[in-house]
Design a protein. Structure first.
Length: 614
């Protein structure tokens, strides 16, 4: 089974789907034609026989490493051998027709013997396609799925795989391209890889011209995070997936393996809040339109997550023929969490729309009827238990963070009425806001422990409490918040890396096993240090967190501080959002002497990195 570290992978994509490429030149994960389709290369969660596509030197490799071409999603892999150096260029042109993968092998120095193995297995590694020649091209067909493969090298078949052996010298180029199409449709055109490369680079450079961020020494890693978030956007609808993979484990060998190829309202709201400040209003506007379509009908039936096209039914099932990443089974498709009641998501939604309004992205009247229905729905259910932000699969509870986000619903509603003239019962919603606040302070703060706690009926800590100050519920310097941050740092942290909650209790989340530290929560801790004025400590911790990314600046969901490896689905949108926000908070609020390369300029109302006031 695959044992390549998650951090050895880079991502390429076409704004419809994405592929993961490791430092050995192997594409081990690719779903076609979109993020949530079946994978034709599934070695990431299985064996090479479950589908992979590798281009690699035939002899010993002395060194290999990844780089992205500047401000783009074009991935290069360098191989150094005893006879020379080659560069493998992988990219997927932003799609306006058929999904296509181009792979260009370029000689840098000397001469290198190369070999290629392409093993296509549709249906997540289960089904072998029928392959036939079409002139100097190959056509691979299985039911509705077809691939057209063309190459400058001679392709041959062996052991149900497509192979090539070739030599590349300094200044020489060879290429192979694969385009997906519906088997009932006409044969697509294979574009010239060199021309496609120039067009792809032009697209990404044009996209990044919109970036208004100035994050001093963190500029490069922030821009990489912005590009990664764009890569996780499904272009036709504006939906944003949490990650492009499924079932990368939160514990090696464990069962905490979930499918993240869907659109969580919470994660998408976090993402677009970050992009709004960076000047990407077009993405924010596309997401608003996606949401209005997804939530059409009865807004009280709003789900916590949807398919990338706005689909509501996301049934969860397992792929029992796949052994999982490093034996971490089951491999799941779909996500039963779509059926959960998570109160906090409504607060994230309201906060996102409030930021849209203050940024002038969308006119208030466009979405106010939907928000009014949501507000009234939360008004009737805020005092009920829910499954919470972490989607626990045990009994529902009165999670403190969920109640705080219900407070956010009414806080932002009141501000939209007061500041922007939105119609609504100001007095009634102000009263509900205060009722929720009193409830949280009375029941969510444990007098015996001296901190806020995970839920009203326990004394456990939860890293989601770090967001209480970030949403404006309480000042970061309030003694209760300071005590909570310190307790989380002591009890949930390992070397400054924060776990989501305590999982030692059998009833912590209804699941067996443990998980790694949650990187987004680790960024939230740094955010609190910033707003407590502990700038040097915040910078030191932030720099430490950045060192956990791979050589490309990509981050997974979690990290194991004992084995020093990434865990969870990859790359993870929520982690990259946390990175962007923390860089912004730190550079904008810390003393100038901490950042000799410069700091971010002031912004107009609604685009500042300052936190909301309570």
């Amino acid at each position: 089974m695959s044992n390549r570290p998650i951090e050895s992978y880079g991502i390429i994509g076409d704004l419809h789907t994405a592929a993961l490429v490791n430092r050995e030149g192997s594409i081990d994960w690719l779903c076609l034609p979109r993020f949530d389709s079946g994978a034709c290369f599934a070695a990431l969660v299985g064996h090479n026989d479950h589908g992979h596509w590798q281009i690699h030197p035939a002899g010993e490799v002395l060194d290999s490493h990844h780089r992205y071409l500047e401000r783009s999603l074009v991935l290069t892999t360098y191989f150094e051998t005893a006879t020379g150096v080659v560069r493998l260029i992988d990219f997927m042109p932003p799609r306006n027709s058929h999904p296509t993968v181009h792979r260009i092998v370029e000689g840098v120095k000397g001469q290198v013997e190369m070999e290629m193995v392409m093993k296509v297995r549709f249906d997540y590694g289960k089904s072998v396609p029928w392959v036939r020649r079409n002139g100097d091209q190959l056509i691979m067909v299985l039911g509705p799925n077809s691939l057209l493969v063309g190459s400058t090298m001679k392709l041959s078949g062996k052991d149900f795989s497509t192979r090539a052996s070739f030599t590349v010298g300094e200044g020489e180029r060879h290429s192979v391209s694969m385009v997906y199409y519906d088997s009932t449709g006409p044969l697509p055109h294979l574009h010239d890889p060199s021309e496609a490369l120039e067009a792809c680079l032009s697209f990404w450079h044009g996209y990044m011209r919109h970036c208004t961020e100035n994050c001093a020494e963190y500029q490069e890693v922030v821009e990489r995070s912005i590009i990664t978030l764009k890569a996780l956007t499904y272009g036709p609808t504006g939906g944003i997936v949490a990650a492009p993979t499924t079932s990368l484990p939160e514990e090696i060998g464990g069962v905490r393996n979930w499918d993240y190829r869907y659109c969580w309202l919470r994660d998408a709201a976090f993402t677009l809040n970050a992009l709004l400040v960076d000047g990407f209003e077009r993405e924010a506007s596309a997401w608003v339109k996606w949401l209005l379509r997804a939530a059409s009908g009865d807004p009280t039936q709003l789900q916590i997550m949807y398919g990338i096209g706005g689909e509501r039914l996301i049934p969860e099932y397992t792929l029992n023929w796949l052994p999982g990443y490093l034996g971490s089974a089951p491999v799941r498709v779909g996500n039963a969490a779509s059926e959960q009641f998570q109160l906090d998501v409504y607060g994230e939604l309201m906060d996102a729309f409030y930021r849209f309004q203050t940024s002038g992205v969308e006119p208030l009247e466009e979405f106010w009827p939907l928000l009014t229905a949501v507000i009234e729905y939360v008004e009737g259910r805020w005092n009920e238990p829910d499954e919470g932000i972490w989607e626990v699969r045990g009994p529902r509870r009165h999670f403190t963070y969920s109640k705080v986000m219900a407070w956010v619903v009414f806080d932002r509603a009141v501000k939209l009425i007061q500041n922007y003239g939105a119609p609504g019962p100001l007095e009634r919603w102000t009263k509900v806001r205060e009722e929720i606040r009193e409830s949280v302070l009375a029941k969510g703060f444990h007098q015996g422990v001296g901190t806020f706690v995970q839920d009203y009926d326990s004394d456990r800590l939860d890293a989601s409490l770090l967001r209480l100050s970030l949403v404006g519920f309480i000042d970061a310097k309030d003694p209760r918040m300071v005590a909570t941050v310190e307790a989380i740092d002591q009890r949930l942290s390992s070397g400054g890396l924060v776990k989501r909650y305590e999982t030692t209790d059998a009833d912590a989340d209804g699941l067996p096993g443990q998980e790694g530290v949650f990187l987004a929560c680790s960024f939230w801790l740094v955010d609190n240090l910033v707003f407590q004025g502990r700038f040097q400590e915040a910078k030191s911790r932030f720099d430490g967190l950045l060192s956990l990314g791979n050589e490309l600046g990509l981050f997974s969901e979690e990290y194991d501080p004992e084995t020093h490896r990434m865990l969870g689905n990859f790359p993870q949108a929520l982690t990259h959002v946390g990175l962007i926000n923390t860089a912004r908070y730190l550079v904008e609020n810390a003393p100038a002497e901490l950042f000799p390369r410069g700091r971010k300029p002031a912004r107009r109302l609604g685009r500042s990195a300052k936190i909301p006031s309570a």
